[in-house]
Write a protein that binds this ligand. Structure first.
Ligand SMILES: Cc1cc2nc3c(=O)[nH]c(=O)nc-3n(C[C@H](O)[C@H](O)[C@H](O)COP(=O)(O)OP(=O)(O)OC[C@H]3O[C@@H](n4cnc5c(N)ncnc54)[C@H](O)[C@@H]3O)c2cc1C
Length: 354
């Protein structure tokens, strides 16, 4: 496999301070990394390595990834982190090998809608065809749809100075929700994605009206890979169902554990392929406990190989994080906990609009 690498130097700021503050940011996001606070920090992001070193009074930044797209995302990630530290000027890093300006970023693709079908009561499955999908099959479970405003010709992202992505703004701004690669055939050049029609977002409106042959932008892949443990505890709502389904059908046959999936009604219960040792339980919203209550009622596995995976609405994910990393005693490497959506309308509305 080809290793893609990039490096840059940041002078004019205290390297030990930056290393400590990047570490503190990763702590806040509950991300595992290794560091000697004043000297170096190594962060394995899941799509590649970020190495920070104090060197000759400045900061040396080295990145390594297995594809040009992942390298680009690492470069953007560290630039974003430096922006967060209030170092935007310095973060205009001079990357020795930045991709050519004005081209599309290497993790951008234009996809064509090959097929569309309804699955269950609330999901639309789209089959999207795009070039060079090898990355999508091996280095990330998720990607972003890039949806242009209705009735406008799409303007896609391009690379600006210093390797940053320049996103279209104003009337051309893209809607960029994250979705899951439910199944993929990279050789044939297509993948499936299941879109929950929750009735409130632009993506729902797009998925309901889009026709075969339409084009859409993609950015990715990213967002982590399949969990490796053999003792899995998986919980999620509909937005996490595509990821849980893929994890269940990809895990080793001797994997044991539980999968709890919350849906609105029986019409969204799907047949799932899972190892015999994994019990799949469907929780119906309004009838059964909320996901975080269900999590706290489980007897969780002990010892090596355990892994807890939780994705749902933000308030549920926040509770799950507090419980798993607190009382349940799971360490950072034993969990994936993610807010897959944010309820902007207040908790009381959760089931009413679907
Ligand atoms: C890593 C990752 C992977 C994901 N994979 C999938 C996937 O495979 N399939 C999938 O359907 N979703 C998935 N999601 C969730 C999806 O990105 C969000 O639901 C997103 O908000 C959808 O965008 P939108 O245009 O529908 O709504 P937005 O423009 O984001 O929001 C518009 C309104 O819709 C509401 N809303 C958003 N999501 C929901 C919801 N689920 N239920 C009720 N109201 C909602 C918001 O509160 C807001 O009021 C994933 C999210 C992440 C982070």
């Amino acid at each position: 496999m080809t290793i893609h690498s990039a490096s840059a130097r940041l002078d004019g700021a205290d390297p030990a301070d930056i290393i400590a503050r990047v570490g503190a940011g990763l702590d806040q996001m509950d991300q595992p990394y290794r560091a000697d606070p004043a000297q170096w920090l190594d962060y394995d992001t899941g799509i590649g390595l970020i190495r920070l070193r104090s060197s000759d009074g400045g900061l040396a930044i080295d990145l390594e990834a297995d594809s040009a797209g992942n390298l680009h995302m690492l470069r953007e990630g560290i630039t974003w982190q430096l922006d967060q530290l209030g170092l935007p000027e310095q973060a205009a890093l001079d990357w020795a090998d930045a991709p050519d300006a004005e081209r599309h970023p290497p993790n951008f693709r234009v996809a064509t809608v090959l097929a569309k079908s309804r699955i269950g009561a609330s999901f639309i499955r789209l089959r999207l065809a795009a070039p060079d999908l090898e990355d999508f099959a091996r280095s990330g479970l998720h990607y972003r749809l890039l949806l242009p405003p209705a009735r406008r010709d799409p303007k896609w992202p391009v690379i600006g100075a210093n390797g940053r992505t320049l996103w279209p703004e104003g009337e051309d701004a893209l809607h960029t929700p994250a979705y899951t690669i439910r199944a993929i055939d990279a050789e044939r050049g297509h993948f499936d994605t299941d879109i929950l029609i929750h009735g409130r977002g632009p993506t729902c409106a797009w998925a309901e009206t889009v026709e075969e042959g339409a084009i859409v932008g993609l950015s990715g892949p990213g967002g982590g890979w399949l969990p490796e443990g053999r003792k899995l505890t998986l919980l999620g709502d509909e937005t996490a169902l595509p990821a849980i389904a893929r994890i269940l059908e990809s895990c080793a046959p001797d994997t044991v554990g539980e999968a709890l999936i919350q849906v609105d009604g029986e019409g969204d219960i799907q047949p799932l392929a899972a190892p015999e040792g994994i019990t799949v339980t469907w929780l119906l919203r309004g009838r059964d406990p909320e996901l975080s209550d269900a999590l706290e009622a489980l007897t969780l596995p002990e010892g090596e190989g355990r892994f807890a995976w939780f994705a749902a609405e933000k308030s549920q994910a926040d509770r799950a994080r507090k419980y798993l990393r607190g009382k349940a005693g799971f360490d950072r490497k034993e969990v994936y906990i993610a807010a897959y959506w944010v309820n902007t309308d207040g908790a009381d509305d959760l089931s009413g609009d679907r």
